[in-house]
Design a protein around this ligand. Structure first.
Ligand code: TXA
Ligand code: MG
Length: 343
C-alpha cells in the first residue's frame, strides 16, 4: 500500500477532505492531535476498526478511544450521560481528557474489546476536529505507533512506524502535550487509569476526590486484572534500555554517574536525559537536555521524541520527578518505557 501524505499547513483542505472520505470508506488515516498522533478509522465500523489492530500489531483485547467533534455526540455512544461527565466535558473539552462510561449498542465490540464501557474524547487540535467533521462519524484512534513503541509526536515518527501500512498521513507539525490524554473512568468512583495533560489536581478542583489506578506507577501483580487493558503491555519502549534513577536530583545523579561508568566500561554506549538544573552533574558524559525540572509539562512534550531519537545508544539514564501535576504523567510514561527498571 502507498501511504498518501498531506501537510496540514499547505494542504489543509485536501488532507481533511480526502482523509474524511478514506475514513468513511473503511481506510486508515493518521492525524495530529494536541496530545500525540492518532491512527483513525470509522469508529462505528467494526471491520475498519480491526484494520487499526493489524496495522499497529496491537493485541486485540486493548480497547480504543472514540474521538468526537461535538460534545453532544457522547449521547449516542454512552447509554446515558452522568452529571459528573457533563461538568467535566464543560470544563475540559475540547482537550486532553478521555472519559469512560457505559457504552450504547451502536459501539462495535472491536472498539471496546468486548467491554461494556467505551472511552470518548473531544480533541482540541483543529485538524483533528476538521477530520472528524469531514468523516461524519466518530473516529476510533489509538496512538499512531507500532504497538510497544513510544507514541508519535510528529508526522516523521508516524512515517517511521506506519509508512506503507496505512492510507493517509496528515502532518500537523509537533504535538503540544507530547503525552496521551488523561483517561478517567466514571464507572463508580472517578478513577484515573492513565495520567495526562488534565491532571488529578485539575480534576479534583472540579469534581472532588479522584482515585489513581494502582498500575499507574507500578507493574501489575501476578494474577491482578488491569482496570485498563493497555496497562498489561510493555509500552513506549525505545531501541535502548531505559533506567530510571530515584531520589533527590543529587542522589539520582550520583547513581547515574556510577552506573554510567561501569556500563561504558563494559562497552555499552550510554546517554543521560538531564535537565537544565542537573546537567552540571554529568560533565564529560553524553547528555540530552529534556527540559527544566520546574516545568514537567515541557519534559512530557519532549520525552517520546527524545526516546525515539536515540539511535546509537544502548542505555538511557533518566532522573525521576515528583509524582504530582504533570510529573505524574511523566513518571507513568518513563517507568513504562523502562519496564519499571529503577536504581
Ligand atoms: O491522547 C490520546 O488519548 C491518544 C490520541 C490519539 O487521542 N490516543 C491514545 O489511544 O493514546 P491509545 O489506544 O494508545 O490508548 C488508549 C488507552 C489504552 O490504555 C486503553 O487500554 C484505554 O485507553 N482504554 C480505552 N478504552 C477503555 C475502556 N473502555 N476501559 C478501560 N480502558 C480503556
Ligand atoms: Mg498508545
Amino acid at each position: 500500500m502507498t501511504t498518501q501524505y498531506f501537510s496540514a499547513l499547505s494542504q489543509k483542505e485536501a488532507g481533511t477532505r480526502i482523509g474524511g472520505s478514506v475514513i468513511r470508506t473503511g481506510g486508515l488515516v493518521a492525524f495530529p492531535t494536541e496530545t500525540v498522533y492518532g491512527l483513525g478509522a470509522n469508529g462505528l465500523d467494526g471491520e475498519a476498526v480491526s484494520r487499526i489492530f493489524e496495522a499497529k500489531g496491537r493485541p486485540n483485547d486493548n480497547p480504543l478511544i472514540l474521538h468526537i467533534a461535538k460534545k453532544s455526540d457522547v449521547k449516542e455512544l454512552w447509554h446515558s450521560v452522568p452529571d459528573t461527565a457533563r461538568v467535566l466535558m464543560d470544563t475540559f473539552w475540547p482537550g486532553p481528557l478521555t472519559l469512560i462510561y457505559r457504552k450504547s449498542s451502536i459501539v462495535p465490540d472491536e472498539v471496546t474489546a468486548g467491554l461494556d464501557t467505551v472511552a470518548v474524547r473531544m480533541p482540541e487540535h483543529k485538524t483533528a476536529l476538521a477530520l472528524i467533521r469531514a468523516a461524519g462519524v466518530p473516529i476510533a484512534a489509538p496512538s499512531a505507533n507500532l504497538s510497544g513503541k513510544p507514541s508519535p509526536t510528529s508526522a516523521e515518527h508516524v512515517k517511521e512506524d506506519m509508512d506503507g501500512r496505512i492510507d493517509v498521513i496528515i502532518d500537523g507539525g509537533p504535538c503540544q502535550f507530547g503525552v496521551e490524554s488523561t483517561v478517567l473512568s466514571l464507572v463508580g468512583t472517578p478513577t484515573i487509569l492513565r495520567p495526562g495533560g488534565i491532571t488529578r489536581e485539575m480534576l479534583e478542583a472540579v469534581i472532588g476526590p479522584v482515585e489513581l489506578a494502582s498500575s499507574i506507577l507500578s507493574p501489575l501483580k501476578e494474577g491482578e486484572t488491569a482496570a485498563s487493558p493497555g496497562m498489561k503491555y510493555r509500552h513506549y519502549a525505545p531501541d535502548a534500555e531505559v533506567i530510571v534513577a530515584t531520589g533527590s536530583p543529587k542522589e539520582a545523579a550520583g547513581k547515574i554517574a556510577e552506573l554510567y561508568d561501569s556500563k561504558e566500561a563494559e562497552g555499552l554506549r550510554c546517554t543521560v536525559f538531564a535537565t537544565e538544573q542537573t546537567k552540571h552533574f554529568y560533565r564529560g558524559k553524553r547528555c540530552v537536555i529534556i527540559g527544566e525540572r520546574s516545568d514537567p509539562a515541557t519534559m512530557c512534550a519532549n520525552l517520546f521524541a527524545k526516546l525515539r531519537e536515540q539511535k546509537d545508544t544502548d542505555v538511557i539514564f533518566c532522573e525521576a520527578l515528583p509524582e504530582r501535576d504533570m510529573g505524574l504523567a511523566y513518571m507513568n510514561r518513563l517507568l513504562r518505557s523502562a519496564g519499571f527498571k529503577t536504581i
